[in-house]
Design a protein around this ligand. Structure first.
Ligand SMILES: Nc1ncnc2c1ncn2[C@@H]1O[C@H](COP(=O)(O)OP(=O)(O)OP(=O)(O)O)[C@@H](O)[C@H]1O
Ligand SMILES: [Mg+2]
Length: 762
């Protein structure tokens, strides 16, 4: 086949990328968020150069950072310092002499100094050529404006050493920055000193030492105030005040696909320790339970080569050891708490409390009813209550991104391939980890450890409650008083006798009531602990009751004084009552922290459907599997402004009441939840087919300690209501949110309907 055609053969040309010198600024100043991050880059370079001392000196318009490391010869200066983005450290892995794992990898860290000032002077002497000194100057503004990156220049000269390096070392590097961008005030230095102090992990124990690399390394800040030492010792002491401590080690257990195992040890100060193991990656189910984000996929292989962590949890409500003031300790943790990530021994700035990378604050404000992550057998209601917030923890998670990079990286992969694969890596901005799957796995590992802690803690607390419940009740003690009295009848005047009889009779009645209340509260504690609302009631009602019982004890003592015959026995009874008061106060202290937490919870307009779902889910084991039937509820409907925990408590109470009414009725029953809107009035109704209430008297059910229903003791022990406090809580929460709650006429076939109603402004 012949064809005549004009062949146009396109000639391919080759064009070079060029790099605008403005990139220098993009990689330096623009990426860095704070002076200490820029200084940290220099400190890390010194570390990589095997320095053992770094001195930071501030003068009027100048910052000097000097180290006693191995310095650079001319070749290194040209090929490494003057070359932007050279990945030689990534290849070399370990430092030249001390074999420290290198912290640098991307070849851009030094550019961060542009954040501090415009002018840079470097003086360096290589350990290989101690008789030479290279000085170089860079004017960043000029360099950035050079046009082409390759036209940006530094001026240098080589001569004989003009001065030594820290500690008289013949080799080392001094970087001086002039033309400072910030004026440094006293408080700035203090902040800087702390930030720099925090660059390295503040505590070391057996676990951390393993991660501690070779050789000593000390950063000295010239501007250090005399109080620096005090700060350090104080802080170390505060960190020793832990009440619980979690250690974790992640290790690879098999390859292809890689699977890892986290070994966890949780220690409680002065008591037991428990251990735990869990897999990485988790099953899809476990992962989705932990992260609300259902689409999140942690993959089917472990993306973490190695990681160790220690998290200390603090309870700074009471007087502390070492004479440390509670407030002081709190302030330290407030400022420096949280779980920090240390990469190759240096803190990653954006990993502390401000980042909330573990979502501790969110978890707390939602105060999930159960730790959803754990297998059902391990679940303890209210465990999530014990998930600490950032200001109650200090943690160090040790990773090594250069090691991760090598582990992720097939030997034949190119640098750029390695860069894009899923492993723990630092963003070029230097202050945070890349948000990839490996990062999510790291979060998973740490969050799961905290969940285990929270569950253990909840178990401890419930055990404490059970112990307190066993204490003899005041009624038992007072009951015997009448008996004792009758024994002495013949020895007393009839007047004195009858007076005493009445008094003791009163005391017995009171005490019985208190005892019942006390027992009820103890059993309901578990159910409401997570909802937090109990504390409100406890403070308002129960504290008053405790005072009442104390009064009984005082009265008995007074009577005892007036009637010498019975004094020894009555004194004993009073002492028993005191004992009970102590235990009642004990219970109170168990829930006290909830009120603290409560104040942190966010007031917001929560979505009705979500609250109903969560409340239903949380109450499931108390409602004995009676399903909740929801009518259609538009997703956008929101409850009035209130606390999430409050709304959960409200609906859980109503669900549990409905279930109890059904159980009392004996037949399999139904609970229906419906929503409707009439004009600007919105209402949610919860109806059940239980034994029903007398509508004319229903209002009184909202009064404290009123109840119709006899809850069998077995169910009371299950914490399924029966205290007569539930509806009081419901009403209180509704009223706080300007909503109305009442019993209304149910629709057939239901026996009871409770309606929550609120108005929206048109
Ligand atoms: N204090 C120092 N002593 C000796 N060499 C140094 C020093 N500071 C920098 N260098 C040399 O300059 C190079 C560039 O430093 P830079 O911090 O920009 O990149 P890096 O440390 O390789 O990687 P990263 O961008 O991850 O920090 C270093 O790799 C090192 O060879
Ligand atoms: Mg560096």
């Amino acid at each position: 086949m012949e064809r005549h055609e004009v062949m146009t053969v396109a000639k391919k040309h080759r064009e070079h990328f060029t790099v605008d010198s403005a990139l220098l600024r993009e990689l330096g100043e623009r990426l860095v968020g704070a002076p200490y991050i820029a200084l940290a880059e220099l400190i890390k370079n010194s570390y990589d150069a095997d320095a053992s001392h770094v001195d930071i000196k501030f003068e009027d318009d100048r910052i000097d950072v000097s180290d006693d490391g191995h310095g650079m010869d001319y070749g290194e200066f040209r090929d490494r310092w003057m070359r932007v983005g050279s990945p030689h450290k990534a290849r070399e892995e370990f430092s030249r002499n001390l074999r420290r794992p290198l912290t640098g990898s991307k070849g851009v860290g030094r550019l961060a100094v542009q954040f501090l000032g415009n002018q840079l002077e470097m003086r360096t002497t290589s350990a290989r050529e101690p008789l030479k000194q290279l000085t170089a100057t860079v004017n960043w503004r000029e360099a950035v404006q050079a046009g082409e990156l390759t036209s940006a220049t530094a001026l240098y000269e080589v001569g004989a050493p003009t001065a030594s390096y820290p500690g008289g070392s013949p080799s080392g590097t001094t970087i001086s920055i002039e033309g400072l961008n910030q004026t440094w005030e006293r408080t700035d230095f203090e902040k800087l000193a702390r930030e720099i102090w925090f660059l390295r992990p503040p505590f070391s124990d057996a676990l951390v030492q393993q991660a501690e690399p070779e050789g000593s390394f000390d950063v000295h800040l010239d501007a250090d105030r005399p109080d620096k030492r005090a700060f350090e010792t104080q802080l170390r002491r505060v960190l020793d005040l832990w009440m619980a401590r979690i250690h974790g080690v992640v290790k690879t257990v098999s390859e292809e696909p890689r699977r890892s195992m986290t070994h966890l040890v949780i220690e409680f100060q002065g008591s037991r320790a428990t251990s735990e193991k869990y897999d990485l990656p988790p099953s899809a189910e476990e992962a989705s339970q932990l992260f609300d984000d259902a689409g999140l996929d942690l993959g089917n292989e472990s993306l973490i080569d190695g990681c160790q962590f220690e998290i200390r949890i603090f309870d700074l409500r009471y007087k502390q050891r070492f004479g440390i003031k509670v407030k002081e300790a709190r302030d330290y943790l407030q400022e420096h708490g949280g779980v920090h990530v240390y990469d190759g021994g240096f803190r990653i700035p954006f990993s502390g409390p401000e980042a909330d990378w573990l979502g501790l604050e969110i978890a707390h404000s939602h105060r999930l009813e159960t730790t959803r992550l754990l297998p059902a057998a391990l679940r303890v209601s209210a465990a999530a209550t014990y998930l600490p917030t950032n200001s109650r923890v200090f943690g160090a998670v040790h990773i090594d991104t250069s090691k991760e990079r090598r582990a992720a990286h097939r030997p034949d992969a190119s640098d750029s391939e390695a860069e894009y694969s899923d492993h723990l890596q630092i963003q070029v901005s230097r202050d945070r980890l890349v948000r990839n799957r490996a990062y999510e796995q790291l979060r998973y590992v740490v969050i799961r450890a905290l969940e285990h802690y929270a569950t253990e803690q909840a178990k401890h607390r419930l055990e404490d409650i059970a112990r307190i419940r066993d204490v003899q009740s005041p009624s038992e003690a007072v009951d015997s008083a009448l008996e004792i009295l009758s024994h002495y009848k013949s020895e007393m005047s009839s007047e004195a006798y009858s007076e005493l009889e009445v008094a003791i009779d009163d005391a017995v009645k009171d005490a019985r009531q208190q005892a019942q209340l006390q027992q009820d509260l103890a059993s309901q504690l578990a159910a409401f602990a997570s909802a937090g609302s109990l504390t409100l009631v406890y403070d308002h009602e129960v504290s008053r009751q405790i005072v009442g019982v104390e009064r009984i004890a005082r009265k008995l003592r007074r009577i005892a004084r007036e009637s010498p015959q019975t004094s020894a026995e009555l004194e004993q009874i009073a002492a028993d009552i005191d004992q009970w008061v102590l235990s009642a106060r004990g219970i109170r202290s168990l829930v006290r922290h909830l009120s603290e937490v409560e104040s942190r919870d966010k007031m917001s307009r929560y979505k009705l459907m979500r609250v109903l779902d969560d409340a239903g889910e949380g109450a499931r084991y108390l409602t004995r599997g009676i399903p909740l039937e929801f009518s259609a509820i538009p997703d956008e409907v929101r409850l009035p402004r209130g606390l999430y925990a409050g709304w959960i408590a409200l609906f859980q109470n109503l669900f549990v009441n409905a279930a109890n009414a059904i159980i009392a009725q004996g037949d399999p029953g139904r609970i229906a939840v419906s929503y409707s809107v009439h004009g600007n009035r919105h209402m949610v109704r919860i109806q059940d087919t239980g034994i029903g209430v007398n509508l004319t008297k229903a209002e009184s059910l909202f009064e404290p300690f009123t109840r119709n229903l006899k809850i069998p003791a077995s169910r009371r022990a299950l914490a399924a209501g029966g205290t007569g406090l539930g509806l009081t809580i419901v009403k209180m929460i509704a009223n706080d949110a300007n909503a109305d709650v009442r019993f209304v006429q149910p629709d057939p076939p239901f026996a009871t309907a409770v309606r929550l109603q609120w108005k929206e402004r048109p």
